[in-house]
Design a protein around this ligand. Structure first.
Ligand SMILES: [Zn+2]
Length: 390
C-alpha cells in the first residue's frame, strides 16, 4: 500500500513539475500564436504599380502591441505580425510600440471590469521581474527597457524616437538606410498605478502617447468597454493637462463617448486615435462616429485605421482601404493614417511585411499618389514632427 502511494506521489510530482516547466517555457509563445493569427502568410505580391509606389512611401503605423509577448523583435519570427525584419520588408519607417499593462479575463468590447488581470499570468509565464507582478508602472517600464535592448542589439536597424531631433535625424537616415523608428505609447492610464507623478517616470522612459483607458474604466476616465463608461475624472483632467505640458499625445482609442467629449473640450493640442474603425463602414461601439471624426481632425490630430475585423468589418486590405476612404471623406485626407493593432490579440489579413497590399487597395479606391503618401505615413510624420518634444 505504502509502495502504491509512493508511486502515485512520484507520478503526481512529475506531472506537476512537467506542467510548470511547460507553462514557463511554452505558455507565452503559444498564447501569442493563438491570439495573433495571420490569415494570409507571406510572401505577398502586389501589382508593379503598387510595389513601385510603396517603395517611395514613408510608411508609419500608430499602433502595435508587439512588446507584450516578450519575443526578440530583431528575430524574423515564424509566427508574428510585427518584428524588425518584417517592418523592413514592409518598408515601414515609423512604428508605434504600444504597451499593454492590464487586460480583463473574458475581454470584450461591450462591458468589462478591472477585477481580473490576464497580463499577470503572462508576466509569470515570461518570468518577468517580481516587481512587475503588482505594479502596472513597472510592467510598462520593463517593456520600454526591452525596446531599448532590441534597439541596442539591432545594428542600427531599430532606432527609438523620443523628440524632434531624433525624428529629424531618423528621416535623414532613411534616405540611405531602411531603418525603423520606434516610438512608445501606452494603452490605458491605469499604467500610472494611480499616481500622476508616475507620468514623469514614464516620460523619461520614452513614452510619448498614452490613452486614458483600455478595456475597463479607471481612475482617469471611462472606457468604451467599461461598466459605467463615464467621462474624464478630475484626476483625468489633470492627466490631460500634464500630458499636454510634456508634449505627450493623448490617444482616444478605447475611450468612452463621454471621455472623447471631455478630452476634446479641454484639449489645446492635437489629439490622436491610434487604432480604430469608423461607424460609417463598421458600426459598433469600438468605432468612431462621423461627428467624432470631424472634431478629432479639428484638433490637428490623426486617426489611425485598424486592420482587424471589428475595426473594418472585413478581413482584407480592401476593407481597410474602404474605412480609410470613408474617414478621409469626413475628417479630411490629412487626418487619416494607419493604426494596425498588429500583435494586439487580433486576427489580421497579413503581417506588416504585406503593408504594400494597403497601398494597392488605396490605388483601387481611387486615391492619388500624393494622398496615398499622406495616409500611409506622411500625416503621422507631420504630426510627430510638430508635436514631439524639442
Ligand atoms: Zn487597443
Amino acid at each position: 500500500m505504502r509502495r502504491a502511494i509512493e508511486i502515485f506521489a512520484g507520478t503526481a510530482a512529475i506531472v506537476v513539475v512537467g506542467f510548470v516547466l511547460f507553462f514557463f517555457i511554452f505558455a507565452a509563445s503559444i498564447t501569442e500564436r493563438v491570439l495573433n493569427p495571420v490569415i494570409n502568410k507571406p510572401p505577398y505580391s502586389v501589382s508593379e504599380r503598387a510595389a513601385k509606389l510603396h517603395e517611395t512611401l514613408f510608411v508609419a503605423d500608430m499602433h502595435a502591441d508587439s512588446l507584450l509577448w516578450g519575443r526578440d523583435l530583431n528575430a524574423d519570427a515564424a509566427v508574428s505580425q510585427v518584428d524588425v525584419p518584417k517592418l523592413v520588408r514592409g518598408n515601414v519607417a515609423l512604428q508605434a510600440f504600444t504597451v499593454v499593462t492590464k487586460t480583463p479575463r473574458g475581454l470584450n468590447i461591450e462591458r468589462n471590469d478591472d477585477s481580473t488581470d490576464n497580463i499577470l499570468l503572462l508576466a509569470l509565464a515570461q518570468r518577468q521581474p517580481l516587481e512587475n507582478l503588482n505594479s502596472l508602472t513597472m510592467r510598462a517600464l520593463w517593456q520600454a527597457r526591452r525596446l531599448h535592448e532590441y534597439a541596442d542589439a539591432s545594428g542600427g536597424r531599430l532606432i527609438i524616437i523620443e523628440n524632434k531631433r531624433d525624428l529629424a535625424a531618423f528621416v535623414e537616415r532613411r534616405k540611405t538606410q531602411k531603418a525603423v523608428g520606434g516610438w512608445l505609447g501606452i494603452e490605458g492610464a491605469h499604467a500610472l498605478d494611480g499616481k500622476l507623478e508616475n507620468l514623469d517616470t514614464l516620460y523619461h522612459a520614452g513614452f510619448r502617447m498614452i490613452s486614458p483607458t483600455h478595456f475597463f474604466d479607471n481612475d482617469i476616465a471611462g472606457s468604451a468597454h467599461g461598466i459605467e463608461k463615464y467621462g474624464l475624472t478630475d484626476k483625468g483632467r489633470e492627466f490631460v493637462r500634464q500630458m499636454e505640458t510634456r508634449r505627450m499625445l493623448v490617444d482616444l482609442a478605447h475611450a468612452s463617448p463621454r471621455t472623447i467629449d471631455d478630452v476634446l473640450a479641454i484639449a489645446t493640442r492635437p489629439v490622436v486615435v491610434s487604432h480604430t474603425g469608423v461607424r460609417g463602414t463598421c458600426d459598433n461601439n469600438r468605432n468612431l462616429s462621423d461627428d467624432q471624426l470631424r472634431r478629432i481632425a479639428a484638433t490637428g490630430g490623426v486617426i489611425g485605421i485598424g486592420f482587424w475585423d471589428t475595426a473594418v468589418c472585413g478581413e482584407d486590405a480592401l476593407s481597410i482601404a474602404k474605412a480609410i476612404k470613408y474617414a478621409a471623406g469626413i475628417a479630411g485626407v490629412k487626418h487619416v493614417g494607419l493604426g494596425s493593432d498588429f500583435d494586439g490579440s487580433v486576427k489580421v489579413p497579413f503581417d506588416t511585411s504585406g503593408d504594400a497590399l494597403i497601398t494597392e487597395a488605396l490605388i483601387a479606391e481611387g486615391f492619388s499618389d500624393a494622398d496615398i503618401a499622406l495616409i500611409m505615413g506622411g500625416n503621422i510624420l507631420r504630426l510627430l514632427s510638430e508635436a514631439m518634444p524639442e
